[in-house]
Design a protein around this ligand. Sequence first.
Ligand code: TYC
Length: 103
Amino acid sequence: PSAGSDDSVVLERRTQRVGPPKMYQVVLLNDDFTPMEFVVFIIQDFFGKDRETATQIMLKIHLEGKGVCGVYTRDVASTKVDLVLQASRQAGHPLQCLSEPVE
Ligand code: TYC
């Protein structure tokens, strides 16, 4: 940013990004308390998976500690995290969800 003659801030784009946007994976973490059925419901409802796929992802998280539920642009991934955490707290579960850049 630089000050214009009227002291207003001028934002300049100095680089032109070429190619696909940076992508972010939304990850669920295992815990000992959230019911398996609730996690399956979350994966179906917020990540658009069918029941079979959602169950497979849930079991992977349960066995391995974490699992990727979807890959999105930054803003969409951030919104998914917010919605999952809100639904989980509302239901009284400690389910943890985060997003991280795809390598
Ligand atoms: N480990 C939980 C249980 O045994 C199930 C679970 C799976 C919880 C995935 C969180 O992200 C999770 N009830």
